[in-house]
Ligand binder design. Structure first.
Ligand SMILES: Nc1ncnc2c1ncn2[C@@H]1O[C@H](COP(=O)(O)OP(=O)(O)O)[C@@H](O)[C@H]1O
Ligand SMILES: [Mg+2]
Length: 594
């Protein structure tokens, strides 16, 4: 997916550095003490670094013993002083790095949490629209770039600026004239670095987009490899792959080429400035100690400027990362709890639709004036052709979407006023596609809520839904491993697992959407039996193509193009000789055998 489409989904609000700092400060606040501590250590660190050239200056001055009259003791003290400063400095560097990493990791931990929780709050609709690969990038990669911002980039920028200022002051003290000449080099390096960083930032941006696109592509291709092979699309996919691969390669090369020119150029300037130092030191008649000190200061000058250019790149990289993360955090979940939403602990199971209209896209009504009333404990079945709106009705009940007009009531309460968690707790959904996580049979039934259930509880539920027989045959029973989203299980077996999963969660309302389709004859009778038992759990809503499955429903609702056409029991509807009767004859009349 290209960057433009992504921006539409995630939002593409540009944010200034200040806005980003402001928002990020919210995460830093609790760690502010440690950041200040790190900065204090940093200042000491840089100052000590500035003293080292001075020690060397003294040392050089004493080396000419005849003039200085220095004793061995003086030299010993200077040497020890130099060593002491170096050791203390390394200690401080260690401290500073530990403090920053600790705080940085804490901040990122919270940020990652926030992003993940936020994504989890989004409606099914929103998540369907967002490519998984891009979400993965946003949650994992951008948060780690931001962590780098806190632990490395910002401090390195501060350190480098402090160093540059410190070195400048020292140079001015030694020789203002020589410093002015050095300023020429400083300015050139700065300007070059600036344009270089701007260019590279642009390449990096493109590279990131290409990488994200590539991840999405890989994800989809590998998940869909079976289909690709089935339809012999390998060649086309290979070409697509090559193209994307090439884009990433050429962008990387662009960046590498830019660095390959920039780095040697700066080095060249460095050596030129050393030559200039010695040349002008001679002209200005500086002492040997001053020249050595100046030379050492100079070596402290270029690396910070280079590093600063590097940090600037990181900063822009972090800038876009922050922008994208905050844009994602700004996407408002479609379906949110009202502030005074009602927490319903247990539903009686009465469900009513009152003149419900619903459209996925504006004005394209998928449901029109749908009304029905199901009493607690009843079983209702929805019948209709593919696309009639059966699944849509069910997803409105669990509030995956909200109707534009009309009301949906559970136990007389509008679902809009009920906490989403209450709805998800009270309503058990069994869908046609059963998603199995990597793990064991047990963990897929308990959904990792392992502590709440004993093996006995789980096994009892499995017996109840007739899943026990096949589980017992598996190597390891409940602890048998699920591979590749359950490809070692048949559709029917996966469905029985989803029944067990649902029943274990003790819902009061059960939803079954074509859960009985595509099932092998062997498991069909088990599922049928299991269904009949589950009717006793509470209110049940079933969508099934096989009319035999729903014959005993208390209410059958026949839909056509989003409208309720007929409603009644099996016998009542047959007597009407309408749509249901026609469907029934198609399935059961021997004259219509396929
Ligand atoms: N996420 C969606 N976005 C847009 N249209 C959708 C979406 N899901 C379903 N539809 C459309 O809504 C109509 C009803 O679909 P659905 O409720 O799934 O039918 P059924 O379950 O009866 O087969 C169909 O025309 C389908 O194309
Ligand atoms: Mg459907």
């Amino acid at each position: 997916m290209d960057e433009e489409k992504m921006s539409k989904l995630f939002g593409s609000k540009k944010m200034s550095l200040w806005v980003i700092f402001g928002r990020t400060f919210g995460y830093i606040k609790s760690e502010i003490f440690f950041f200040i501590l790190a900065i204090i250590i940093l200042v000491i660190n840089v100052s000590l670094n500035m003293i080292l050239p001075l020690v060397m200056k003294e040392f050089t001055n004493t080396v000419d013993f005849a003039k200085s009259g220095a004793t061995f003791q003086t030299i010993l003290y200077l040497g020890l002083g130099y060593a002491a400063i170096t050791i203390v400095n390394q200690g401080f560097t260690y401290l500073q790095s530990m403090i920053l990493q600790r705080s940085g990791q804490k901040i990122i931990y919270r940020l990652r949490n926030d992003v993940f929780n936020h994504v989890e709050q989004m409606s099914v609709n929103q998540l369907n629209l967002m490519p998984v690969g891009s979400l993965v990038t946003r949650v994992a990669w951008y948060t780690s770039t931001m962590s780098d911002l806190f632990t490395n980039t910002l401090i390195s920028i501060l350190r480098n600026i402090l160093t540059i200022v410190g070195v400048s002051v020292m140079m001015v003290v030694i020789s203002p004239k020589l410093f002015l000449i050095m300023m020429i080099f400083l300015v050139i390096v700065f300007v070059v670095s600036f344009f270089f960083s701007r260019y590279v930032k642009n390449v990096f941006r493109q590279e990131r987009a290409a990488n994200s696109d590539f991840t999405t592509f890989l994800n989809e291709s590998l998940s869909g490899e079976k289909i690709i092979q089935l339809f012999r699309q390998e060649k086309r996919k290979e070409m697509e792959f090559d193209e994307k691969n090439e884009t990433i390669r050429s962008l990387r090369m662009k960046a590498i080429r830019a660095f390959a020119v920039y780095r040697p150029f700066v080095s060249f300037l460095y050596y030129l400035s050393i030559a200039a130092t010695f040349f002008f030191a001679f002209r200005f008649e500086l002492g040997a100690g001053d020249v050595v000190a100046f030379y050492l200061l100079l070596s402290n000058f270029f690396s910070p400027i280079e590093a600063l250019a590097d940090s600037l790149n990181n900063l822009t990289r972090a800038h876009t990362s922050c922008e994208r993360l905050y844009n994602l955090l700004d996407v408002k979940p479609d379906v949110l709890d009202k502030p005074d939403a009602i927490d319903v602990k247990e539903f009686k199971g009465e469900i009513e639709f009152r003149n419900v209209y619903f459209a996925y896209e504006k004005e394209n009504w998928i449901l029109q004036d749908v009304s029905f009333h199901i009493l607690p404990g009843q079983t209702a079945a929805f019948v209709g052709a593919t696309g009639a709106g059966k699944t849509t009705i069910l997803s409105l009940i669990v509030r995956n979407y909200e109707p534009q007009k009309g009301q949906i009531l559970i136990d007389g309460i509008n679902v809009k006023d009920i906490k989403i968690t209450s709805l998800r707790r009270g309503i058990g959904q069994m869908l046609q596609d059963v998603f199995l996580f990597s793990g064991t049979i047990r963990s897929n039934i308990t959904l990792h809520d392992d502590d709440s259930y004993s093996d006995n509880d789980v096994m009892q539920v499995c017996e109840y839904v007739n899943a026990d027989k096949f589980i017992n045959k598996l190597d390891g029973g409940l602890n048998a491993t699920i591979i590749e989203r359950g490809e070692n299980l048949s559709t029917g077996q996966r469905q029985l697992l989803s029944f067990a999963r649902t029943v274990l969660a003790k819902p009061q309302i059960l939803i079954l959407d074509e859960a009985t389709a595509n099932i092998d004859t062997e498991t069909e009778s088990l599922i049928q039996d299991s269904l009949n038992k589950m009717k006793n759990i509470g209110t049940m809503l079933i969508v099934a193509h096989r009319l035999s499955t729903i014959q005993h429903a208390d209410k059958i609702i026949v839909l056509q193009q989003g409208k309720v056409m007929e409603m009644g029991t099996h016998q009542e509807l047959l007597k009407q000789k309408g749509m249901y009767h026609k469907l029934y004859m198609l399935q059961f009349d021997p004259k219509h055998k396929f």
